[in-house]
Design a protein around this ligand. Structure first.
Ligand code: CTP
Ligand code: MG
Length: 209
């Protein structure tokens, strides 16, 4: 078994609005991506990061036009992989224990195991005019995060889509689900947050220091 870690770090970070791509913004003393990289390197045989051309380090690959395209590019650089552990550079609070629990959940017959937190907010579906259509049953809803762990061959097939389909996917598991693959959620702590806006960066820095 060969486990490759894949870190999509190629986004521009438009919503963060920093002076550089989000994954390379300094957070608690180091580039944001380095926090995830350290954790993945401790559990994977090797890690491939997809980054903007100007930020490449040895062994990394150039990012694609969308998040899933970046994952595709990184996976293509690891043809020996039997298991792929995908984790966003934007989630620096990930712990080794969560990655290991996702890997352990990839039992026979399961194609993907993904970190997710139970919903604590009530979730409603609303129409374009904001009229509430229905209140969903929170007890069966999960807010999905990364890491997301897959059988590498299944993920590779799931990513064989045109650039439009890849751009529309908000996570890799949905592409595996499209293939009919079985994906399981692994309960994750809600504090494994994604840095999207400035307030998130401040929260993460407070938790990392
Ligand atoms: N990502 C990537 N390649 C892209 C777009 C995104 O590798 N073409 C990565 C980001 O670097 C991030 C993760 O996917 O680690 C999740 O994306 P997101 O939080 O949306 O980051 P950005 O796309 O950078 O932010 P924004 O959408 O605000 O521009
Ligand atoms: Mg984005």
């Amino acid at each position: 078994m060969s486990v490759v870690g894949i870190v999509p770090a190629g986004g521009s970070g438009e919503r963060l609005g920093a002076d550089r791509p989000k994954a390379f913004v300094v957070c608690a003393g180091r580039p944001l991506v380095d926090w995830s990289l350290e954790v993945l390197e401790s559990v994977c045989d090797r890690v491939v990061v997809a980054a903007p051309a100007a930020y490449l380090r040895p062994g990394w690959v150039e990012a694609g036009p969308s998040r899933s395209a970046s994952v595709r590019n990184a996976l293509a650089a690891a043809p020996e992989a039997t298991t792929a552990v995908v984790h966003d550079a934007a989630r620096p609070l990930v712990k080794r224990d969560l990655v290991e629990r996702c890997m352990a959940a990839l039992e026979p017959g399961i194609e993907g195991a993904i970190a997710a937190a139970r919903m604590t907010d009530t979730v409603k579906e609303a129409a374009a005019d904001r009229r509430v259509l229905r209140t969903l049953d929170r007890s069966v809803l999960w807010a999905v995060q990364t890491p997301q762990v897959f059988r590498a061959d299944v993920l590779q097939r799931a990513l064989e889509r045109d650039e439009m389909a890849l751009a529309a996917a908000t996570d890799d598991a949905s592409l595996v689900e499209d293939l009919g693959g079985t994906v399981r959620v692994v309960e994750a702590p809600p504090e494994n947050i994604k840095v999207t806006r400035t307030a998130d960066l401040h929260m993460v820095e407070a938790l990392l220091c």
